[in-house]
Design a protein. Structure first.
Ligand SMILES: [Zn+2]
Length: 110
């Protein structure tokens, strides 16, 4: 795999700073909800399970970013099944470009 783009520092959408939480607490929360990731649109935080394989983590991150974009720019107009399809296709394109989103070991939060 080529480039691992680190998500730990967070990102911006529409002037909002989004945090990315990969802590054990985030893992427990999303797992309890039967998810791999969640996007908290009120607190601008994406929580990701830290116990999934690299490709699934990257795909889940892309999905949650699209949830954020959908909220901020699309007035939540993209139905959830379309968000799934968009994230699947975008993930494929980025994988083919050797771009994967992930967490560098030194960034894993306690
Ligand atoms: Zn979703």
């Amino acid at each position: 795999m080529g480039m691992l783009v680190s998500v730990g520092k967070g990102f911006k959408v529409g002037g909002f700073d989004f945090a990315v939480d990969t802590s054990p607490q985030a893992h427990r929360m999303v797992t309890a909800n039967n998810n791999f990731g969640e996007c908290d649109l009120r607190n601008h935080t994406i929580s990701l399970s830290s116990d999934i394989d690299e490709t699934l983590l990257s795909k889940t991150f892309i999905h949650e970013v699209i949830e954020a974009v959908n909220n901020i720019y699309c007035d939540n107009g993209i139905p959830h099944d379309k968000i799934q399809q968009l994230s699947f296709g975008l993930h494929q394109a980025l994988e083919s470009l050797d771009v994967r989103f992930g967490v560098k070991n030194e960034e894993v939060q306690a």
